[in-house]
Ligand binder design. Sequence first.
Ligand code: C2E
Ligand code: MG
Ligand code: MG
Length: 718
Amino acid sequence: MMNSHLPPPAHPSRTLGSYLWPRRIGRRLGLGFGSLVVLMLLALLNASAPLRAVTQATEHFASVDMRRLLRVQALSLQIEGVGSALVRLMNAPRDNRVAEYADVDARNRLIDGIIESLNTELHDSTQEQTLQRLTACRTLYAAAFIATVDEVEAEDLVTAAKVLNEQINPSLKAMLAESNALLNRERERIETQLEESQQLMHRIAVTAGAFSVLVVLLAALLAWRITKSVVTPLAQLEAAALRIASGDYATPVLATSAEEVDRVGQALTMMTGAIATRELEIERLAFHDPLTDLPNRTSLLQSGAAPLGAPPQIPACHSLLLFDLARLKVINETLGFGTGDTMIKEVARRAQTVLADFSAPNTRLANVSGGMFAIVFESGEHSLTEQLHQRLVDAMAQPVHCGDHSVDLSLVFGLADSPPGTTTPVIALLRNAEVALDVAKSTAQGFAWYNPAQEAARLSHLGLLSDLRTAVAESQLQMWLQPKFSLQTGAAVGAEALVRWQHPQRGFISPAEFVPFAEQTGAITLITDWMLAQAVRTLQDWQHSHPHLSISVNISTRDLQDPAFFQRVTQLIQAHGTPAHKLRLEIVESGLMQDAQSSIALLQRLRDQGVELSIDDFGTGYSSLAYLQRLPVSELKIDRSFVTDIDTKPGSQQLAKTMIEMGHGMDLLVTAEGIETDAERATLQKLGCDVMQGYFGSRPLFGPALQAWLDKAESKNL
Ligand code: C2E
Ligand code: MG
Ligand code: MG
C-alpha cells in the first residue's frame, strides 16, 4: 500500500541566498509584500519631515509674521493719524480741546504700545536698528508735543504752530519713514518666507514622486519575480503530470525552486509509483490466471499484453494442444473447492515440468479457463504433438494427494494443427481444438484430433434432421433395452430404453451422433414421444410376465420445456393401463439446471402421478447439492466416467463413495452406469451402491436377444 504521508522535505542548509530568496513560495510572498510595505513606509517618512516643516512655517506665518506686519501697518497709520489729530487740536475751540487731547493721547499710547511690542518681537538686527531710530524719533516727538501743548494752553497758537511745523512734523515724518522701513522689511521677509515654502513644497512633490516611481518599479519587479518563481515550477509540474498521463512513469518529477511545488511533485512521484504498481497488477490479472499464475486465454490469443492503446497482436502458430481436467465440477462439489484448486495447480505444475524437457520453438502454456489448459508451439509435425500428448498423460498418471484423499488426474485432450507448411491464427486453432475436445468427451476417448471431416459430419447432421422425421414415421427407430440389476441380490430390477436408428442408406447411427443434434434442433421430442409409447406398451406387455421390471426412458430438456409433455405422458399411461411407478424418466443433470423453476414444477406434477424420476450422468453437470435436494427425484445414476477402472483408482472410489452416501442421505436409489468388469461391480457393491447397469450385467438388448433374457429372468423369478 502507498504511504499516505509524504516524507518531510529536505532542508538545505540556510545560506544568505536562501534568506534573500527563500525556497518556500509563502515566504517569498511574505518577503515581497513585506518589502513593499517597508518601501511605502519609507516614502511616507520621507515626505512627512518636509511636510511638517511647511506646516510649521505656515502656522508661524499666520500667527506671528502676519500679525507683526499688521501691527507695523497699524503703526504707520497711527503716526499719520496723530499728525492730523494735532492739527485738529490746535484749531479746536478751547471747549472742544479735551476730546482732541483724548484722541491724541489714545493715538500716542497706541504708538507706544506697538513700539513696545515690536521691541520684544523683532529679532532681526536691521529691524532692531530701525526700531531704535524710530524710538529716538518718538522721544523727539514727545518733547515737541509737550512744547506744543504748552503753547496751545498758553493760547499762543502761532508759536504752537511753529513748534508743530518745525519739531513735531519732522519727528513724525522721521517716525513714519522708519515705520514704513519696518513695514517694507517685514513684507520682504514674508515674501521670502512664502517663496521658501513654495520651494519646499516643490521639493517635497518631486521627492515623493520620485520615491513613488521607485516603489512602483520595485513592486512591479517583485511581482514579476515572484510570479515567475511560482509559475515556472507549476509549469514543470504540469508537464510532469501530462507525462504521467501519457503513461511515462519512468521519468522522475524533477525538483524545482519552490518547496511547496516540490511537495506536490513528491506526492506525484509516489502516486505514479502506486499507479504503475497497480497497473502492473491489473495487467497481471487481465492476462494471467490468478490460481496457476499462467497466462490466460486473452494472453494466449493476444501474445501477451499489447501496449496501451495499440491494437492487440493476433499471433499465428502451428500446433495447439487443449486439455481439460475431467470431473472438476464433481470434485469441487464433493471434495471441496480447495481440492479442485489443488488439482488445477498440480496439472499446471506437471505440465510445466513436461514442457521444461520439450524442445519445440515458441512453446507457450496457458490456463484457458478453470481446469482447461492450452499449449501452443511452432511445429507442424503430428508426431511431436502426439509425443507431447503422451508425455502429459504419463505425467498425470500419479494421483494427487489432497489432505486425506488421493484423487486421480484424468485429462481429456483436443489436438489441432495447421495444414503442412502454414500457420493458423491461435484463435482458429483453439476453436478447432475445442471441437476436437468435444468429440473426445462425447466419444469417451482420452483425446481426439481435429479434422475438417468433423465439420463435415456436423453439416451432415442437417441432412439427418429431415431423415429423422421419416424415421419416426416409418419406424426406422428401435427401442433397445439394457437391463439393470440389484447389486445386493443380483436380480433384474428393470431396464433403460436406448434408441437405435437403422438408417436405410447410412446403416446404424449411434444415438451419441444424432441425439445431441436432435436436442439442439428440437426434433428430440419426436424421439421421446416414440420411445415413451414403446416403453409404456412394453410395460403393458410385461404387466403379467414381468410385473417387477421398470423401464427408464431418457428425456431431454426440450421435453421439460414443452407445456403439453405432462399431458402426453399421463394420457399414454392411462391409455395402456400401465402402473405409473413402472415408468422412470431419466434427465441428465445439466438439463435440470436450465429453467430450473419450471422444470421442478413439471417434475413434481409427474411425481405426483406416480412416475419415478432419475438424475442421469450424475457428476458431469454443474448442479449444486442444495439444488438437487429440491428435486422430486428417486434415483441417482453415477456417470460411467467415475465407474471405469474404479477398482484401481482410489480417487474415483472416494468420489463414488461420497456420491453414494449423498444419494442415500437424500433417500435416493443409487445406480452405477457402465460397469464392465466384475472388479468394478465388487467395488461398487462394497461402497454400498444399490443398482448396476453396464456391459458386465448385459449389453443393450433387442429382438430375440431381449426375449431370451426376459425368458431367463421370468424363469429365475418363478
Ligand atoms: P445414457 O442415458 O447415459 O445411456 C447409457 C449409455 O451408456 C448407452 O449408450 C449405453 O449403451 C452405454 N453403456 C451402457 N453400459 C455400458 C458399459 O458397460 N460400457 C460402455 N462403454 N457403455 C455402456 P448409448 O445407447 O449409445 O446412448 C448414449 C446416450 O444417448 C445415452 O446416455 C443418452 O444420453 C442418449 N440416449 C440414448 N437413447 C436415448 C433416447 O431415447 N432419448 C434421449 N433423449 N437420449 C437417448
Ligand atoms: Mg440414460
Ligand atoms: Mg447415463
